[in-house]
Design a protein around this ligand. Sequence first.
Ligand code: FES
Ligand code: FES
Length: 167
Amino acid sequence: MTESLSLEIRALHEVSLTVNGELKTVRAYPMERLLDVLRHQLGLTGAKEGCGEGECGSCSVLLNDALVNSCLVPVLQAKDADIVTIEGLAAGVQLDVLQEAFLKSGGAQCGICTPGMILAAHHLLRRKPNPTTEEIREGLSGNLCRCTGYIQIVEAVAEAARRRAAA
Ligand code: FES
Ligand code: FES
């Protein structure tokens, strides 16, 4: 690594990104994790740290409509990107249909995996509004639940899909 690159990486940068529809500018080190910037600088604590190494999905957010593990994304990679966190799904006090379905079906137990699961489900339903059970399982396969609430979680996603289709 050249000395100038090394200095660049160790310097604070201003990074602008749109989070849940609002333009934000943060000062961060380029390799700082998006997860930490969201939680510690922007106060968006919905994304959770589970494994911290890209295995569990509890830190999932949408980055330019792609589902990503924010613990693996350097904040500089999110420069000028459009980020959606779990806080961006509800409209004020009105919960999103997926959030309501998770509550109703008991799809949230300790809640650590829940924000990531719901964002993964949201991402799935945007691509496949009427998924089969198998497609729901596959769509959520990058998100782990230690409380093993998978039956209720899959049911919650199916219920949300039915409600969206009937709306
Ligand atoms: S905390 Fe990011 S994938 Fe587990
Ligand atoms: S509800 Fe506890 S990890 Fe999923």
